[in-house]
Design a protein around this ligand. Sequence first.
Ligand SMILES: [Zn+2]
Length: 443
Amino acid sequence: MGLSTVERRVCEAIGERAEELVDLACGLIRFDTTARQPGDPPRQESQLQECLAARLRAVGAEIDLWEPDADALAGEPMVPPGIEFKGRPQMIARRRGRGGGPALVLNGHIDVVSGEPRSEWTSDPFEPAVRDGRVYGRGACDMKGGIAAMVFAAELLAQTGVELRGDLLVATNTDEESSGAGGTALVRRGLTADAGIVTEPTGFQTWVACRGSEYGVIRVPGRPGHAEVHQPDWRHGGAVNAIEKAVPVLAAIRSLNREWETRDQYTHPHLSRPALLATMARAGEWAVTYPASCELTIAVMFLPVQADAHGAGSEVRAEVERWITRKTADADEWLREHPPAIEWWPNPVMPMEISESEPIVATVTSASADVGHPGPIGGLDSWYDGATLTQLGGIPSIGYGPPGFDAEGVSVAHVIDEHVPVDGLIGCAQGIAVAAMRYCGLA
Ligand SMILES: [Zn+2]
């Protein structure tokens, strides 16, 4: 298609002012917005949000910066019980269009995963460094780089005098890495638009789908008894080793994965098949005692086609429960009489999928190609806020952002020496600016 004159002008301005874009990304990394563990005090979330709000206000955006009312959000999807938002504001900036065009929201999460172990980093994770054409620091790609690119795109559209028909919104939230509560707070505030772009590090792919996940703990029962003395059969009162009884449970987990692999409807063009795995194990009370229980924490990643009528994982949970109960009962008499119990974690995350014929998909793929970064349509095996905007907010949202991979194509999100290439930031800002002009329309 090629760039129009005005699109070229905006892209050139972004290229010429790339140093400011890098400075913005570095400035965002410098704010410590490490994702919370339950009970953690706020860090520098409000400073970061105020910094973005001031910049966007300066280019004519109306700002809504607020600390959500935790009580009002209690019981909402992905909002953990007891969560507080004091010191953790969310932000929605709106630059009004001239009217007559669709509204587009650009979204990013400001929280980052822990920078520990800091001593293993080449340079401090919260003191960004630019070397070899890359910005290094915690959150460089996931996703302060993407936030910098989208904010810079919005600023340059305004500063180069581009007037859009539809509104252009920038929404930044906390609590993506820890729970998803920040995205829920945005949509419950009334965030709405005709489409969304979440600037996760997709490497210029356009994500149209992601998997949901459920976590739970399987408690495998045993029966305690002295480890060093003879134990009769359990039917005659003998001890039972819960660690050994976890073996049939693990076998059931493996066989359910194999079962899922045989189902044609679980083949997805952009997502891996559903998967169930044990991620933590805890057993035993005393070295000289048969363990009374073995607790296996499980992760279940599931596809949009497995979701229930509400888009959530109730049917997947029920299938996992049925399968494990049946398979372990078949395999082991103790477990038939003492079935393992599964307790699911609250606040799971839901999968999502939007049609590839949603206008935002072609708009973003063509814009990215026209700025020199063609990328395929894809999906994310994990979860991200795009699912919340789409499922809870009714805003069909895609993921599109700068590269987040090393030379071998391995994700550098959440790793030591996380980084994002400078030319990727520039390309992302240009792609977003062009996509916004085409989606919202030029006035
Ligand atoms: Zn992310």
